[in-house]
Design a protein around this ligand. Structure first.
Ligand SMILES: [Zn+2]
Length: 65
């Protein structure tokens, strides 16, 4: 079928059809997508959002008192 593209799932390497039906492209499945997102999140963003909020809360208090 001309125009039909196949990509490899970045997580497991399985062929994935690049089309609207492939909801999780370029991943083959939701599972592979979540694994990749989880790895990215834990490597790049070790600090949770809650910590940033706590920091922002602390700074003004320190300066005020
Ligand atoms: Zn996969």
């Amino acid at each position: 079928m001309p125009g039909r593209r196949l990509v490899s799932c970045p997580q497991c390497g399985a062929p994935v059809a690049w089309e609207p039906e492939s909801r999780y492209r370029p991943f083959c499945s939701e599972r592979c997508r979540m694994i990749d997102l989880g790895a990215w999140a834990s490597e790049s963003y070790r600090v949770p959002v809650a910590d940033e909020a706590a920091e922002a809360d602390d700074s003004p208090q320190e300066k005020a008192s």
